[in-house]
Design a protein around this ligand. Structure first.
Ligand SMILES: Nc1nc2c(ncn2[C@@H]2O[C@H](COP(=O)(O)OP(=O)(O)OP(=O)(O)O)[C@@H](O)[C@H]2O)c(=O)[nH]1
Ligand SMILES: [Mg+2]
Length: 415
């Protein structure tokens, strides 16, 4: 009996052992299969995704992130392996498969600005550039310290250049009548105007108006994003704003617009009007005069794009219209006799010498400089994971110039 049991038991146990092996093999195969399609870590899944990234470009080569997310969801083979909602956000940007712009991030700074520089760079890297790796250019009127360079370079994977500004493009030109300039500074100081007494502030404004784009570190580039120390970037930026500008034939992008202190630019508009009379050929037929004037150009309403944030095309500043315009302004000495800012100078030129559809309001970029911020609204606020309060945006302030920009055309709302 025992033998019989043994004899019969042996084949039974061998057969069941074989079944177990086959079941185990099936389970292992299934696990391997689901690992490859799992959103959490499958090597193969990331391979599929990176291929899709290169497939789902529009005709201009720009990645349509929303389209890509939807497509990936469609591709998911089963409910179990469907990507989570945030899946699209963790796909690293792969510059090798995307169209890039000839662009740089740009900051003018002093060695003493280091903490504010680090704060701004750290944020822009986290919110945007970690995925895109655009280079940075830092400019200074004095050599950057070893410490400055060491602390800044470590913040980015992009190339970083540190440049010295040529003396003659920074300091007050020798032909400026210093006595007249001093009287101008005193007047603004008495009026309590910020930086009214500062020559270095005037140097900075003049440099930003007419020279930065000619610096040897910037001449290789077409596009720049101007960044200042101690600013805030509130939202994730999943697309490339330089490529956006290029593909949509834009020239100048901004986030905040406001009126200038009138006493700093007393004679600027009359000089601008003279220039327009001398050179009507540079004024675009489709210009944005109604952004900068409420009376068809008779007077300036002081509205300007706040130039501490700019994403713009340096070829426009290097072009014939702006070169002649800047030289015209420069020859009056107004940068030193008054305190002409680069913001009204850039804004007036952009408004007059470009088509209005070449100006772009980056309403999806949450940004703060000093006490004024722009916070995106609605879907853009949610999808950008913005940390700003959407109810606290300078756009709604009485003295914001956004309504002047909006009245140019309603297209900006859909642009
Ligand atoms: N190298 C250098 N950079 C300067 C100098 N003055 C200003 N800057 C930089 O130029 C930019 C504008 O200067 P700010 O002092 O911020 O001027 P602002 O934005 O009009 O005024 P704030 O409200 O004080 O920020 C910043 O990036 C500064 O770091 C200077 O004398 N030397
Ligand atoms: Mg500033």
């Amino acid at each position: 009996m025992q033998i019989l049991f043994r004899n019969t038991a042996l084949p039974i146990s061998f057969a069941s052992h074989r079944r177990s092996i086959i079941i185990a093999l099936i389970i292992v195969s299934c696990v391997c299969y689901f690992m490859t399609v799992s959103p959490q870590g499958g090597y193969l899944s990331s391979k599929i995704l990176s291929t899709e990234r290169s497939i789902y470009k529009d005709s201009t080569g720009v990645l349509d992130v929303e389209q890509m997310d939807e497509t990936l969801l469609d591709l998911a083979p089963s409910a179990e392996s469907k990507p989570s909602h945030s899946f699209g956000n963790i796909i690293p940007h792969d510059p090798s498969t995307s169209h890039r712009a000839n662009a740089t991030l740009l900051m003018l700074a002093r060695n003493s600005d280091l903490d504010g520089v680090i704060s701004s760079v750290e944020q822009l890297e986290a919110k945007f550039n970690r995925k895109f790796n655009y280079p940075w250019v830092f400019l200074n009127d004095e050599p950057f310290s070893y410490e400055f360079k060491r602390r800044v370079k470590v913040l980015t994977n992009g190339d970083v250049s540190f440049g010295l500004i040529p003396h003659e493009t920074w300091v007050q030109p020798p032909w400026i009548d210093e006595e007249r300039a001093r009287r101008g500074r005193n007047m603004l100081t008495q009026d309590g105007v910020i930086y009214g007494d500062s020559v270095s502030y005037r140097n900075m404004c003049r440099f930003n108006s007419g020279f930065f784009f000619r610096h040897e570190l910037l001449t290789p580039y077409k596009w720049y994003w101007r960044v200042e120390p101690d600013v805030r970037f509130y939202c994730d930026l999943e697309y490339d704003p330089f490529v956006f500008m290029e593909d949509h034939d834009k020239i100048y992008g901004f986030t905040i617009s406001m009126p200038e202190w009138e006493s700093t630019i007393i004679s600027l508009w009359s000089v601008v009007k003279e220039f327009i009379l001398d050179h009507p050929e540079y004024v675009s037929p489709n210009n944005s005069m109604s952004f900068i004037s409420d009376d068809a150009g008779d007077s300036y309403n002081m509205c300007h794009f706040w130039s501490n944030f700019e994403i713009a095309d340096m070829d426009f500043w290097r072009g014939e219209a702006y070169t002649k315009f800047f030289n015209y302004l420069e020859n009056t000495g107004g940068f030193y006799y008054e305190r002409w800012g680069d913001a009204p100078v850039h804004s007036i030129a952009a408004a007059l010498f470009t088509r209005k559809d070449q100006l772009h309001f980056f309403k999806d970029i949450g940004y703060k400089h000093a006490e004024f911020s722009h916070c995106p609204q609605g879907r853009q606020w949610r999808e950008g994971h913005c940390s700003c309060n959407p109810n606290d945006s300078f756009d709604f302030a009485e003295n914001s110039c956004l309504r002047h920009f909006m009245r140019l055309d309603d297209d900006w709302m859909f642009g």
